[in-house]
Design a binder for this molecule. Structure first.
Ligand SMILES: Nc1ncnc2c1ncn2[C@@H]1O[C@H](COP(=O)(O)OP(=O)(O)OP(=O)(O)O)[C@@H](O)[C@H]1O
Ligand SMILES: [Mg+2]
Length: 355
C-alpha cells in the first residue's frame, strides 16, 4: 500500500493544448479516492499518467513519496483494471490471473496460493478452467479485478470498471468493490462518470471538469457544501435546482415576482447574474421553522415508488421537489412550497464559485 501525490500535473497530447491544467491532489495510504466528471474531462488521462501508460507533460507524480515521472509502469507497483477488462481470450481464468505473476518469475506454489485466495474472495473459484468467452460481463469483471489483486500492488487503479454492466449487476459489483477495499485496506483510485458510484464508494471525491479539479473533499462535503455550481449540478439525483437570480437589498429575486429573504450565512452583496441553488429534498410541502414559502404550480409528477418527484413552476422557473409517494397534486394545481433556508446556496453564474 502507498500514498499517491500529484503536483501541478499537466498533460498535453499535442504539445500545444493542455487537457490537464496543473492538478494538485494527494491520496493517503489506504484511501479510496474517486475521480468523477463528465466524458472528456480528463479522468482516464490522469489515471494513465499515474500508471505510467501516458507521459507527463508537466509537474510530478509521486508514489510513496518517490517521484515516478520517468519510471516505466512495471516499476511503479500499481495494478490497473480497465473498462474493457482486457483479458486474454485463449487463456483460462487461472492463467489469466497468473500471467502477470509468471512474467515476474513468481514461483508456481505462490502463484497458486494467491490466485486461489483472490478467486475465493471474488467467488469465481469454481470456474477457473473456463475461458473468458464463457463468462458473463460481471464474471469477466471479477477476473480482471482478481488479476489486479494477485499482484498485491501498492495502488489499485480502476477506470470505469462497471460501465459495461447492467444496472443491477453494477449495484452488486459496486458493493463488492467496497467490501474488497475494507478487506484489503488498499489504496484505490477509481474513475467513473457516475456520481452515485462516486458518492457510495469514495472516502474522498475529486470532481473534475475540463482538466481541472473543481473540488476534492468527502462525499458529504461535496454534496452539502459544493464549492462550485458545476459540483452542485453534477451531484444528486435529481441534482440541485439551479435558478438564475439577483441579490438586492438583502433579498434574493428569482424573477416573476418571487422574492425571498436572504438567509443568514449567504453573501448579501447586491449582485446580478447569480444562480440560486436548493436540493429537491430541501423543498417541502409543509411549512416549518426556517423555511420560506413561495407560490407554486404543479407541472409534472414522477412517481418513483418510495417517493414522487414533483416539478413546480415558481415564478419564471421550475423547481423539483422530492415529495412523499402519497402526493396527490395534479398538473396545473396551485399550492405553496417551502424552501429550507439553511440549505440555500448562491453561486456566481460567471465564475461558478459559491458565494
Ligand atoms: N491519445 C489522445 N490524443 C489526443 N487527445 C486525447 C487522447 N486521449 C484523450 N485525449 C483528449 O483528452 C481529453 C481527456 O480525455 P480522457 O480520455 O482523459 O477523458 P475521460 O474523462 O476519461 O472521458 P470518458 O468519461 O469519456 O472516458 C479529451 O478531450 C480527449 O479528447
Ligand atoms: Mg475515460
Amino acid at each position: 500500500m502507498a500514498s499517491v501525490e500529484l503536483k501541478q500535473v499537466v498533460k498535453s497530447y499535442d504539445g500545444k493544448n493542455n487537457v490537464i491544467h496543473g492538478v494538485d491532489l494527494s491520496v493517503a495510504h489506504g484511501e479510496f479516492v474517486v475521480f468523477v466528471g463528465p466524458s472528456g474531462c480528463g479522468k482516464s488521462t490522469l489515471l494513465r499518467m499515474i500508471a505510467g501508460l501516458e507521459g507527463i507533460s508537466g509537474g510530478d507524480v509521486m508514489i510513496d513519496g518517490k517521484r515516478v515521472n520517468d519510471e516505466p509502469p512495471r516499476n511503479r507497483d500499481i495494478a490497473m483494471v480497465f473498462q474493457d477488462y482486457a483479458l486474454y481470450p485463449h487463456k483460462n481464468l487461472y492463467d489469466n490471473m497468473a500471467f502477470g505473476l509468471r512474467l515476474r518469475g513468481t514461483d508456481e506454489a505462490e502463484i497458486k496460493r494467491r490466485v486461489m485466495d483472490a478467486a475465493k474472495l471474488l467467488k469465481i473459484d469454481h470456474m477457473l478452467d473456463r475461458k473468458p468467452g464463457a463468462l458473463s460481463g460481471g464474471q469477466r469483471q471479477r477476473v480482471a479485478i482478481g488479476r489486479a489483486i494477485v499482484r498485491q500492488p501498492k495502488v489499485f487503479l480502476f477506470d470505469e470498471p462497471l460501465s459495461n454492466l447492467d444496472a443491477q449487476l453494477r449495484g452488486e459489483m459496486r458493493s463488492e468493490i467496497k467490501k474488497l477495499h475494507h478487506r484489503l485496506g488498499a489504496t484505490i483510485i477509481y474513475v467513473t462518470h457516475d456520481q452515485v458510484e462516486a458518492m457510495t464508494l469514495a472516502d474522498r471525491i475529486a470532481v473534475l471538469s475540463a482538466g481541472r479539479v473543481m473540488q476534492y473533499a468527502s462525499p458529504s462535503e461535496i454534496y452539502n457544501q459544493p464549492a462550485a455550481v458545476f459540483v452542485a449540478g453534477f451531484t444528486g439525483s435529481p441534482p440541485m435546482n439551479l435558478v438564475p437570480c439577483t441579490v438586492n437589498a438583502g433579498q434574493i429575486d428569482l424573477g416573476g415576482s418571487i422574492v425571498i429573504a436572504l438567509p443568514a450565512g449567504l453573501n448579501g452583496k447586491t449582485a446580478s447574474n447569480l444562480s440560486f441553488g436548493i436540493r429537491p429534498e430541501n423543498v417541502a410541502l409543509n411549512a416549518s421553522e426556517g423555511s420560506v414559502s413561495v407560490p407554486a404550480q404543479v407541472v409534472i409528477t414522477e412517481p418513483l415508488g418510495a417517493e414522487t418527484l414533483v416539478t413546480f413552476q415558481v415564478g419564471n422557473c421550475e423547481i423539483v421537489a422530492r415529495c412523499p409517494a402519497s402526493f396527490a397534486g395534479k398538473p396545473g394545481e396551485r399550492m405553496s412550497i417551502h424552501l429550507a433556508q439553511e440549505h440555500m446556496h448562491l453561486f456566481d453564474a460567471a465564475s461558478g464559485a459559491h458565494l
